[in-house]
Design a binder for this molecule. Structure first.
Ligand SMILES: NC(=O)c1ccc[n+]([C@@H]2O[C@H](COP(=O)([O-])OP(=O)(O)OC[C@H]3O[C@@H](n4cnc5c(N)ncnc54)[C@H](OP(=O)(O)O)[C@@H]3O)[C@@H](O)[C@H]2O)c1
Length: 325
């Protein structure tokens, strides 16, 4: 089996919000700010950027990839050589052949203005059309063999399905570099119940934690009384907030005693669990704060307290419908 050519930092940056108007209220006036977020991250060694070809729909088609490409071209500071742009190819119902994945990746590369570094299958079809994904996975392996990407990853796969895909790729000598799942103090399910981290360790796969701030809930800035974000996030937060107060109090207390912020503690917890968190940042202030999660580690008592508080929450984040077992 060949080894992957990807080098990954301890933390990355998510870009789901960079292009999605309906869900996140993105508009083009944010672009300057997002460029500053990108520059700040890279100059501080946060060089992994996660995007998707479905991030930005309708008129904003592929906006997040286009922005990342532009920011990459215009960046001239330190660490440029370490930048790793990871995109996720959506498993649309009309993507049925291995060639369709190769073409999709070429379209992403066109939007980025450079080759994709890490190409990921956005989700598995195992829960609704288990036959569909095998050809598409062949397409991902083709991309690696043709050296159009440096590494291949998966997203929203559970351990059983992961092992099957691993075997398929291993037969072709293609390593799986990464798996990303929703993982945070409010979404421990993939690790504690599915056991995905142990399997990743066994197979030499790095686990990426997406939504490590539970979409912003773990920052502590949202409360039942104050204004909640509009749309689906607001509805979700309204349901969760009454139940998660003990966890937020614990997070607040650890942050206070550490002289860190709640976001930094929540992200650091993911790092201490051996994952690579990719918090999304929309502003320079958020990015700066998130970068402050690097360079130190929670101790075992703090982790145990946070684990206990997380384990006592009876309503947690809704799992991605595509997450497999
Ligand atoms: N594979 C998948 O299926 C999948 C699914 C979801 C996400 N992802 C990836 O994971 C990345 C991150 O996840 P996410 O954006 O869903 O959730 P997240 O990182 O948990 O939350 C990001 C949101 O929290 C708020 N925030 C971030 N840093 C903050 C700070 N320091 N202080 C205060 N607020 C802060 C911002 O929203 P507000 O300012 O509006 O509160 C931001 O958009 C995405 O960009 C995407 O790349 C992958």
């Amino acid at each position: 089996m060949q080894t992957s050519h990807i080098t990954l930092p301890n933390m990355g940056c998510g870009t789901w919000a960079w292009g999605n108007r309906l869900l996140w209220g993105y508009d083009e006036s944010m672009d300057k700010q997002l460029q500053a977020v990108f520059d700040l991250c890279v100059s501080n060694g946060v060089t992994l950027f996660d995007t998707g070809d479905s991030y930005g729909t309708g008129r904003l088609n592929g906006r997040s990839e286009k922005l990342l490409g532009r920011f990459f071209r215009e960046y001239s500071g330190s660490n440029k050589e370490n930048i790793c742009i990871a995109t996720k190819l959506a498993v649309y119902p009309w993507r049925l052949t291995r060639k369709s994945m190769v073409r999709a990746c070429q379209c992403s590369a066109k939007r980025l203005g450079k080759n994709v570094d890490l190409v990921q299958m956005h989700w598995s079809t195992a829960n609704y059309a288990p036959w569909q994904e095998w050809a598409l996975l062949d397409g991902l392996a083709d991309l690696y063999e043709q050296r159009l990407v440096k590494g291949v990853g998966l997203s929203n796969y559970g351990p059983k399905r992961l092992k099957k895909v691993y075997k398929k790729f291993a037969d072709r000598g293609v390593p799986i570099s990464t798996l990303q799942v929703q993982y945070s103090l409010l979404s421990t399910y993939p690790v504690t119940q599915l056991g995905v981290k142990d399997v990743c360790d066994e197979l030499g796969i790095r686990l990426i934690a997406y939504s490590p701030l539970a979409l912003g809930l773990l920052t502590g800035k949202y409360s039942e009384k104050d204004s909640l974000p509009r749309g689906i996030r607001g509805l979700l937060f309204r349901q969760l907030l009454p139940n998660i107060q003990p966890l937020l109090s614990c997070l607040r207390e650890v942050a206070r005693s550490r002289h860190k912020t709640m976001s930094q503690v929540a992200i650091n917890w993911c790092i201490c669990k051996g994952t690579i968190p990719i918090p999304g940042a929309k502003t320079v202030e958020q990015a700066r704060e998130n970068i402050g999660a690097l360079g130190w580690y929670l101790d075992s008592n703090e982790i145990a307290e946070l684990d206990k508080a997380a384990g006592s929450v009876d309503k947690t984040m809704v799992q991605n419908i595509f997450q497999t077992k």
